[in-house]
Write a protein that binds this ligand. Structure first.
Ligand SMILES: [Mg+2]
Length: 376
């Protein structure tokens, strides 16, 4: 039996061209076994104080529980961590902390078994998934924003998801007429078949009637889904919206636990659930949500908008799930995707194919980790 020898949380910081050059932060987790097997995970805490808190929870709370345990006992260790955080956790930064440790342990379990993660999870349910470019609309003026998305398709992507009201020079997300005009122009430029997913998100503050009106006006241009147009816990608003439009509603990326996802699935209004394995209690937590999605006949969509470690985990989970439709990539080069691993997690001809190496199937470059850790 190989045991967990050392768990190290590593906060990092880096500028992200996908977010208008903003300095983004996250916490990587390096786990090493007594036999020297190394696994990697991520906790997508993002805010500086949340990254510090996550690192403290891991090093002072979770590491003492997990070190010395059978490194391949992912379910047993997940339960131990879950029991430990019962008072302050089951959500929030504690769930993020647990996520990174669980992800690293699955990486180790796969490496010890000599199998890619998707094999550990019951095998592929898709040979490949459509590669989606997930971008923030942040250029000045409608024409420049449309041209940028057209460029993603020219670069091979087969789908786009567009975040509104982000940092940058665009006024998208400010005025519904401007937003509908953008989608109209984009549909005209892309032609009838290109999937267009609209991610309204945290920066937009619409009331329910505005959300209904925008959804129905955008429905004329055949959008694939309408993501987070209302506050995530506005159940009454989501029910009214879903009853008033034919557009599929997406939400869930701010949820942390299977219990939270079940509540939203029982509520019934949301059809597409974002799930981030670096937030929603790891590989183990994601699989619990995936099982719920099967039971409630919902679509799930991996939120993988961070480092290559979460992208790799999300790709295995997405390909091993019967409930996924596509896979999201950051379209612009960023160090945590291009340099953090030896081989980029990337699409081929607009398709996301399985990673075939053991565990997460990536080789993390430790010099790059240390360089980004020095930015904190
Ligand atoms: Mg989103």
């Amino acid at each position: 039996m190989d045991t967990v020898a050392r768990i190290r949380p590593i906060p990092i910081a880096y500028p992200d061209p996908n977010d208008f050059g903003t300095i983004r932060r996250t916490v990587l987790v390096r786990v090493q076994t007594a036999d020297g097997v190394v696994g990697w995970g991520e906790c997508i805490a993002m805010w500086p104080e949340a990254c510090k808190a996550v690192a403290t929870i891991i090093s002072e709370g979770l590491a003492p529980l997990v070190e010395g345990q059978d490194a391949t006992d992912t379910a047993g260790i997940w339960n131990r961590m879950r029991q430990h955080i019962w008072w302050y956790g089951e959500g929030g930064i504690a769930s993020m902390a647990l996520s990174g440790v669980d992800m690293a342990l699955w990486d180790i379990a796969g490496k010890i078994a000599g199998k890619p993660l998707h094999d550990m999870l019951g095998g592929l349910k898709h040979e490949r998934l459509i590669a989606n470019a997930s971008s923030h609309v942040n250029k000045k003026g409608e024409a420049a924003c449309v041209a940028e998305v057209v460029g993603f398709f020219e670069a091979g992507f087969r789908s786009c998801k567009l975040g509104f009201a982000k940092k940058g020079e665009s006024n998208i997300g400010g005025d519904p007429d401007t937003d509908v005009s953008f989608i109209r122009a984009l549909r005209k430029a892309l032609g009838p078949d290109a999937p267009i997913l609209v991610d309204i998100g945290n920066g937009v503050k619409w009331d329910v009637d505005t959300a209904i009106s925008v959804a129905n006006r955008m429905a004329e241009y055949d959008i694939g889904w309408f993501e987070e147009p209302l506050y995530p816990t506005d159940d009454a608003g989501y029910k009214k919206l879903a009853a008033s439009t034919s557009v599929r509603i997406a939400s869930g990326e701010r949820e942390f636990t299977a219990a939270g996802y079940r509540r939203q699935m029982e509520m019934g209004a949301v059809e597409v659930f974002g799930v981030d394995p670096a937030r929603a209690e790891g590989i183990t937590g994601f699989r619990k949500v995936d099982a719920l999605a099967s039971r409630f006949a919902k679509t799930i969509n991996a939120h993988a908008w961070s480092t290559a470690i979460t992208s790799a985990a999300s790709l295995h989970l997405s390909l091993a799930s019967p409930n996924t439709e596509l896979f999201e990539f950051k379209p612009f080069d960023v160090v945590v995707q291009t340099e953090l691993v030896t081989d980029r997690v990337w699409h081929r001809d607009g398709w996301a194919y399985p990673l075939t190496g053991p565990g997460l199937g990536i080789d993390v470059v430790e010099e790059v980790v240390e360089r980004l850790a020095a930015n904190v």
